[in-house]
Design a protein. Structure first.
Length: 357
């Protein structure tokens, strides 16, 4: 168009497409035919994805709940471990470097008869001695335990030869570590140490909902600690609460089996650990895992921090179950102070079974 054209400019138009009227067929072809066409189009539409309960969704929800439960337990364990005190610097200096929870590490587990706690008679006097001496070899897929009788005769560095549990009274876990390394010999090194806190140990057992042990002989113990009426237990499988579990592990004399000695006591302690391992692998143990995770670090003192303790717990739960190793004495009550003697050959064999399996 030029300037001389008298016609007005042509306006611009936009074209809009209207939405299809669903009632069009009803007006054009009658009510019945139009309704049939509408229903036909609805049937030809692709079906929407179902929102009902399917096996796949149940599995996914269950897996998510398990992961969340494990994550909660992990967080509680790490927080509880961070709040606990470690061992003394003297004890850390006594430990040997090297070793880890994957390739293999040796952990000295000590339980003392310190006169404190709900199940301990505070009226008793005297220095604390190691009530439990155990070396654990933990590696990926392996968890082996060696119990050392507390009455075994040993040369204590800087002191005379006497019962090995006296090393704890003379120099705490640091001296006990050096004594155990020297006593077992054969190149064994202690990489870590764990001290069991008997005061909090019953609460730890109760976090599992109790523990079931296989008691090999009937126990009729005279009074000790806070079991002022004695400690009695029938033979066979028995479920114990925390207080009785501690008593089971600490029975010193059994009038129903006068021939028992410290070796039987060591076997009961190992059976208690095996019972805890069995319990944690049950559905009930899994449901209690957050409470167990919170209380476990409270029952011990160790140079291991959260990640190390967690790796040790994983090794204990997943490691193969093997017969416990208990040092066999060559003679009873024939050493210094009425101690028992274990030959060097027996100690060498025990160390080989512990480390190499």
């Amino acid at each position: 168009m030029n300037d001389s054209d008298p016609r007005p400019p042509r306006p611009e138009y936009k074209v809009y497409r209207s939405r299809r009227n669903p009632l069009k067929d009803l007006r054009r072809k009658g009510d019945i035919q139009g309704l049939r066409n509408m229903l036909k189009r609805r049937r030809e539409r692709p079906p929407r994805e179902g929102r009902g309960l399917t096996p796949g969704r149940v599995v996914a929800w269950f897996a998510g709940a398990v992961v969340a439960w494990l994550a909660l337990s992990l967080v509680l364990f790490m927080i509880s471990a961070a709040l606990q005190d470690g061992v003394s610097e003297r004890t850390e200096r006594a430990l040997s470097g090297g070793g880890n929870m994957l390739s293999g590490s040796n952990i000295l587990v000590l339980g003392s008869d310190a006169r404190t706690g709900d199940s301990i008679d505070e009226s008793q006097a005297g220095p604390s001695r190691a009530d439990t001496i155990m070396v654990v070899h933990a590696a990926f897929g392996s968890f082996r335990k060696l119990s050392i009788p507390r009455d075994a005769e040993a040369a204590i560095p800087g002191h005379d030869t006497q019962k090995i549990n006296a090393s704890y009274a003379l120099g705490g876990p640091a001296l006990t570590t050096r004594t155990v390394e020297s006593y077992l010999g054969n190149g064994l090194k202690i990489n870590h140490v764990i001290e069991v806190n008997f005061k909090n140990f019953p609460e730890f057992i109760n976090a599992f909902g109790g523990v079931t042990v296989n008691n090999k002989t009937r126990i009729c113990s005279p009074p000790f600690d806070n079991f002022w009426k004695g400690f009695y237990m029938r033979k066979g499988e028995r479920k114990l609460n925390g207080r009785r579990a501690l008593g089971f592990a600490r029975v010193r004399k059994n009038n129903c089996a006068p021939g028992e000695n410290d070796l039987d006591r060591a076997e009961r302690q190992q059976e208690l650990l095996n019972g805890l391992r069995r319990r944690i692998l049950t559905p009930g143990g899994f449901l209690r895992l957050p409470l167990i995770s919170w209380r476990a670090p409270k029952a011990i003192k160790s140079d291991l921090r959260g990640p190390g303790l967690l790796a040790l717990a994983a090794d204990a739960a997943a490691g193969s179950s093997e017969d416990p190793i208990v040092l066999e004495p060559s003679c009873l009550d024939c050493g210094a102070g009425g101690s028992m003697q274990v030959s060097e050959g027996s100690r060498a064999d025990a160390v080989e079974r512990l480390v190499e399996g």
